[in-house]
Design a protein around this ligand. Structure first.
Ligand SMILES: *[C@@H]1O[C@H](CO)[C@@H](O)[C@H](O)[C@H]1NC(C)=O
Ligand SMILES: *[C@@H]1O[C@H](CO)[C@@H](O)[C@H](O)[C@H]1NC(C)=O
Ligand SMILES: *[C@@H]1O[C@H](CO)[C@@H](O)[C@H](O)[C@H]1NC(C)=O
Ligand SMILES: *[C@@H]1O[C@H](CO)[C@@H](O)[C@H](O)[C@H]1NC(C)=O
Ligand SMILES: *[C@@H]1O[C@H](CO)[C@@H](O)[C@H](O)[C@H]1NC(C)=O
Ligand SMILES: *[C@@H]1O[C@H](CO)[C@@H](O)[C@H](O)[C@H]1NC(C)=O
Ligand SMILES: [Cu+2]
Length: 570
């Protein structure tokens, strides 16, 4: 670490910033005990991993500017870490959570306290385990209200309801991913989707426990919809009711009305729903947006019930059958696109204009040839291969004896390299019929280094290697502007004109269209090591990830904080 000189004039401004904005902020203390818990779903009892025995896990509610101190105690038999999805974690990368990226895992019997402050974010985020596939059951909502004395940019709704969309396996999800890693085949698809952890009426043994959202006629409810599913983009709709989108990923958006939402895993969408229909019972339902042609997927539908209070009855009365919403076809890419291109910031925003780092990353699947001498049981992918995935032809491998952030901070070499390519090593027709000779990426733990304050543009280009599909790309430690998206190969000559540099939406997870591309921009003003990855856990398992190493700026307020004393070691 360079010595910090507070007298340097550059740092003067930083210090002022450091002490501004401290007044009404609160500190919230929580204990998260990660533990095995018996739950019954789909007629079977399973021992799942939860936080505090709750499924979904506890909802955290704070105000913008508050600090969270969460002591995570691991009483489960797996390594675990918790990620605070979408929280900027300014200078507090140690609290971000992805295992072997910003920390070593919390081993069974151990604990770690995450400390971080919410700065300038309002709306809905969530938290989830970020080790192996534990997030299948270890997740919950993180609600950020405006600062005290400040208000939503829309009339305060009468009620607010978190709607967590999840995915359920009739078996241990850790066994599912371990089997896939052992065989190289695609992991088993799930058995159900869930709303607030309940599959709902359309599944066996589930009607009793269907999630019910009560409303009074005429009132407005704010639904905070979170896609916590492991491997599936989901459409969501409520019968007979329009939804007014007012926020996403904890930023406000220019309100627009729609009858259906599409969320990739990791994304949140805040919608206002007015109880302006006949008092009755209406289904809210979610099911797959499955963009990959021919790939198997869970085609079941989860439901909850929006129940007008005058239409509810407690005993001795027959409940009317709820009205069912119309949902798009599983492969309805036009509806998904029409929805995602409606997002705008509420007003003009400062999008970085002069770009310092013009990056082009391909994202997609691949197949790895069976290593010489490996048993066929190890190569159960298509034609005796193993599934893989990559960005710019690098399939990301996690270190196993250190975290990237610790290795960076302590200057330990041999854990990662900083030669992640700025552009694909080979240019080809990304969305065409790609030659088989290009399908096998290399493996590596490669980071891309960014100077503090660099203005970054990344074109995320989907490939059609093996099969094209929509990838929900998530960047840790940042929100980014989504300035354009489109189909086919990105063409800088013709597509640059489509850039929205006026009022693009600010998000932490972008759905890269199937056979298409998305362009994002951000300023690298948060030092640390930040994972960028597909939020389909099946794809991150195969290596669809990379990480940025953002250097410190000149003064303390632009530098990564020192690690907490209880940071787990490997
Ligand atoms: C995955 O599915 C196959 C076929 O149905 C089954 O034999 C196997 O046990 C499943 N794996 C796990 C981990 O449940
Ligand atoms: C969607 O699937 C249906 C049948 O499953 C098929 O007829 C249709 O062509 C598909 N549409 C697209 C855009 O792939
Ligand atoms: C840590 O792992 C890396 C590669 O995974 C290896 O090169 C390095 O020698 C290991 N370091 C120690 C201390 O085991
Ligand atoms: C794709 O290209 C290969 C040769 O590179 C050819 O054998 C195959 O028929 C092509 N497939 C399609 C659908 O055009
Ligand atoms: C990825 O790298 C491997 C190994 O060099 C090469 O065989 C393959 O063609 C490359 N694919 C692409 C898309 O660059
Ligand atoms: C648990 O974490 C330790 C590092 O702290 C690692 O060595 C070990 O391989 C991990 N176990 C599993 C099952 O990933
Ligand atoms: Cu993906």
């Amino acid at each position: 670490m360079k010595p910090f000189n507070p007298l340097s004039s550059l740092c003067f401004v930083c210090i002022l910033l450091l002490f501004a904005n401290a007044e009404s902020a609160k500190i919230h203390y929580h204990d998260f005990v990660v533990q095995a818990t018996l739950v019954k779903r789909l007629c079977e009892i399973h021992n799942i991993i939860t936080v505090n025995g709750k499924f979904p896990g506890p909802t955290l509610e704070v105000n913008n500017g508050d600090t969270l101190v969460v002591n995570v105690v691991n009483r489960a038999r797996y390594n675990v870490t918790i990620h605070w999805h979408g929280v900027r974690q300014m200078r507090t990368g140690w609290a971000d959570g992805p295992e072997f990226i910003t920390q070593c895992p919390i081993r069974p019997g151990k604990s770690y306290t995450y400390r971080f402050t919410i700065q300038g974010q309002e709306g809905t985020l969530w938290w989830h385990a970020h080790s192996s596939w534990l997030r299948a059951t270890v997740y919950g909502a993180l609600i950020i209200n405006p600062k005290e004395g400040e208000f939503y940019p829309f009339p305060k709704p009468k009620r607010e309801t978190p709607i967590l969309l999840g995915e359920w396996w009739n078996t241990n999800p850790i066994d599912v991913v371990r089997q896939a890693t052992r065989t190289g085949a695609a992991p088993n698809i799930s058995d159900a989707y869930t709303i607030n952890s309940q599959p709902g009426d359309l599944y066996k043994c589930s009607s009793q426990d269907t999630t019910i959202v009560h409303v009074d006629s005429g009132e407005i409810n704010l639904l905070r919809v979170i896609n916590a599913a492991l491997n599936q983009q989901l459409f969501f709709a409520v019968a007979n009711h329009k939804l007014t989108v007012v926020g996403a990923d904890a930023t406000y958006v220019k309100p627009f009305t729609t009858s259906v939402l599409m969320l990739g895993p990791g994304q949140t969408t805040d919608v206002l729903i007015k109880a302006d229909q006949q008092p009755a019972r209406y289904y809210m339902a979610a099911r797959a947006y499955a963009s990959a042609q021919g790939a198997p997927f869970d085609d079941t539908t989860t439901t909850a019930i929006l129940e007008y209070n005058t239409a509810s009855c407690s005993t001795n009365c027959v409940k009317t059958k709820p009205v069912f919403p119309s949902l798009p076809a599983y492969n309805d890419t036009s509806t998904a696109t029409a929805f995602s291109t409606k997002f705008r910031s509420p007003r003009r925003v400062e999008v970085p204009k002069e770009i310092d780092e013009n990056l082009f990353f391909t994202v997609g699947l691949g197949l790895e040839n069976c290593p010489r001498g490996a048993p066929s049981s190890y190569c159960q992918g298509p034609s005796g291969t193993r599934f893989t995935a990559s960005m710019n032809n690098v399939s990301f491998t996690l270190p196993s004896n250190n975290s990237l952030l610790q290795a960076h901070y302590q200057g330990i070499s041999g854990v990662f390299s900083t030669d992640f390519p700025a552009v694909p090593p080979v240019k080809f027709d990304y969305t065409g019929n790609v030659s088989r000779s290009l399908w096998q990426p290399i493996r590596g733990t490669k980071l891309y280094k960014l100077k503090y304050g660099a203005k970054v543009q990344v074109v995320l280009q989907g490939t059609s290697i093996f099969s094209a599909e929509n990838h929900p790309m998530h960047l840790h430690g940042y929100d980014f502007y989504i300035i354009a998206e489109g189909f086919g190969n990105f063409n800088p000559k013709t597509d640059t004109f489509k850039f929205n540099l006026i009022d693009p939406p600010l998000r932490n997870t972008a759905s890269v269209p199937v056979n298409g591309w998305t362009v994002i921009r951000f300023i690298a003003n948060n030092p640390g090591v930040w994972l960028m990855h597909c939020h389909l856990d099946v794809h991150i398992t195969w290596g669809l990830a990379m990480a940025f190493l953002v250097e410190n700026g000149v003064c303390e307020s632009e530098s990564l904080e020192p690690p907490p004393l209880d940071l787990p070691v490997c």
